[in-house]
Structures are given as C-alpha cells and as structure tokens.
Design a protein around this ligand. Structure first.
Ligand SMILES: [Zn+2]
Length: 293
C-alpha cells in the first residue's frame, strides 16, 4: 500500500471519512476531495486490469463478470452520449477516448463518421478494442503513450477518471493533446449526487474502492478542471448501464445472501441480459479547453 497527498491541492492533511473493507477513504482538510489513502501502488495497475478484470470469476470484488455481455447496453448509452456531443462538435471531427476498454464507444463513433483513436491501459482490452473498432488504440496510460500535441478536436473519458492514480496528470495531458477550444466529455460517479447523499457511507461509488481511487463532486471536479486548463461548461445527470446478472452480483458487498438469491431470481426469470440504466450515480460533464493554452 502507498500513502499519497491530495491530487487536487497537494495537501497531506486529511481526515478519515469512511472505511470500506481493507481500504480507508479520506477527506482532504484543505479542499474537501475524497480519496482512497493508503491505496494499492500504481505499479500494480497493470495487474488489476488484466484479462481477469474483464472476465472475472469474482466480479463482486473487482471488475466485470464478462465485459462483452455489456456491449448492447454500453453501445446504447454511447449513442446517447454522441447525440449530446454532436450538439457541440460534429463528425468527421476527431475524438480520442481515454480508457476505451473493448472499444465499443470508438466503434459507435466511427459508424457515425467520427475520426477515432483510443488509449487503453490494459494490453488485453486494447487488442480487443483494435479488432472491434478497427481503430488506432494505444496501449498504456495517457502520459506514457505521448500523443501528438494539439491533435484532437475532442476527448472522451467514460467512467475512468475515478480509477486513475493521477487524475490531475491525466487531465493536463488531455488538455495538451486537444486543439485550443477543444471539448472534453466525461462521465464519472458524482460523490455529491442524490444517491450518495441518501446512501452516505454505503454509496455504491465507495463500494468499488478496490478500483476507485478518487470520488469527485461537481465542486472538486470543477476545481481540478480549471487547474488543468479547462472551463467546466455544464454537468447533468448521467446514465450508468448494467445487465440484471451484473446487478445481482454487485449486491454481494451489501449482502452475500441477497446477492445469491437475486442471481437465482434473475436466472429463473431469464432476464440475465436485460439492461438497466441507472440515473443519479454518474454525472455527465462537458468542459472546454481554454483557448489561451
Ligand atoms: Zn486537497
């Protein structure tokens, strides 16, 4: 485990916020950012995002039952995202996706005429993304792949920044590869959302502490965006899709018995692959690179 300072303001002064299993979530006393501390060292990241993250025998703890089984729901949501994006930028403009997993977004965007490129930390997933989207996919972190500066019209980061070991660096790097005035679109769990206020320390975002390092609210994310050269234009409620089967397995951290029962019911009703779209967890974020950078 490694101890880290606040990624937003640099302060090391933080108070315990809540404990989830073996992990401690803290709140920065200077700026209020919530983050996991101590945490797994970044050097273990490659180990987390191996094949067993995407096809997991224990998805209640880490990763996905079978990421491929989420393709339908994800592609539906990505089409909705693109309808929003196209109110700001239109194809054949370029878009780079940071954390592209199996490439489903790249695939949907390319089919709508976008010029697409992806970055993915997992060698296993990036190979699948290349095949799915027939697109250029760079394997590594955004900083390690060193893309050409000022190259892209827009960037997309879907449910990835909370997994990052250095969100400030990822956003700075995203800024560097965007053209002046380029757009950034993100979805991220909203630690200031209705669901988090109701659930408190039992909020779903905190339950994924084994893979989530940061828990942003609209306020702390807005501050990080402005620090990294972006202007936050707006946020609104996002959609988080998942299958009924996956939902049942994710009950396990709350109650193994309830999870087991739910899996049985979902199987008996033959609704394993039905897609549920959750609102009130994620926020959809639209930001723009300040023209002066
Ligand atoms: Zn701070």
């Amino acid at each position: 485990m490694e101890y880290v300072a606040c990624n937003l303001c640099g302060s090391a002064d933080a108070s315990p916020y809540c404990r989830v299993g073996e992990f401690q979530i803290v709140r920065c006393n200077a700026c209020g950012l919530l983050y996991t501390n101590p945490r797994r060292p970044a050097s273990e990241t490659a180990g987390i995002y191996s094949e067993s993250y995407f096809v997991s025998k224990k998805p209640s703890e880490l990763g996905y039952d079978d990421y491929r089984s989420h393709a339908k729901g994800l592609k539906e949501v990505f089409s909705e995202h693109l309808s929003t994006i196209e109110q700001f930028v239109r194809p054949p403009a370029s878009i780079v996706e940071v954390g592209c997993a199996y490439g489903y977004f790249l695939q949907v965007a390319a089919s709508r005429g976008w010029t697409v490129e992806g970055v993915e930390i997992s060698p296993f997933a990036s190979q699948i993304a290349r095949e799915n989207a027939n697109a250029r996919v760079h394997t590594g972190t955004l900083s390690s792949v060193r893309l050409v500066p000022l190259k892209f019209d827009s960037a997309a980061i879907w449910d990835m920044l909370e997994h990052s070991f250095d969100p400030a660096e990822d956003l700075t790097e995203t800024n560097r590869i965007l053209k002046p005035g380029g757009y950034l679109f993100m979805t991220i769990p909203d630690a200031g959302s209705f669901s988090s206020r109701v659930m408190g320390k039992h909020w779903y975002g905190f339950k994924k502490v084994a893979e989530h390092n940061y828990f942003f609210s609209k306020r702390t994310l807005g501050q990080l965006l402005s620090k990294t050269g972006f202007r936050l234009l707006k946020t609104r409620g996002g959609v988080w899709p998942c299958s009924m089967r996956f939902l049942a397995t994710k009950l396990a951290p709350y109650s193994p018995a309830a999870s087991h029962a739910a899996e049985g019911i979902v199987r008996a009703l033959r609704i394993e692959d039905a897609v549920v779209k959750f609102r009130f967890i994620d926020m959809f974020v639209i930001a723009r690179k300040e023209a002066t950078r």
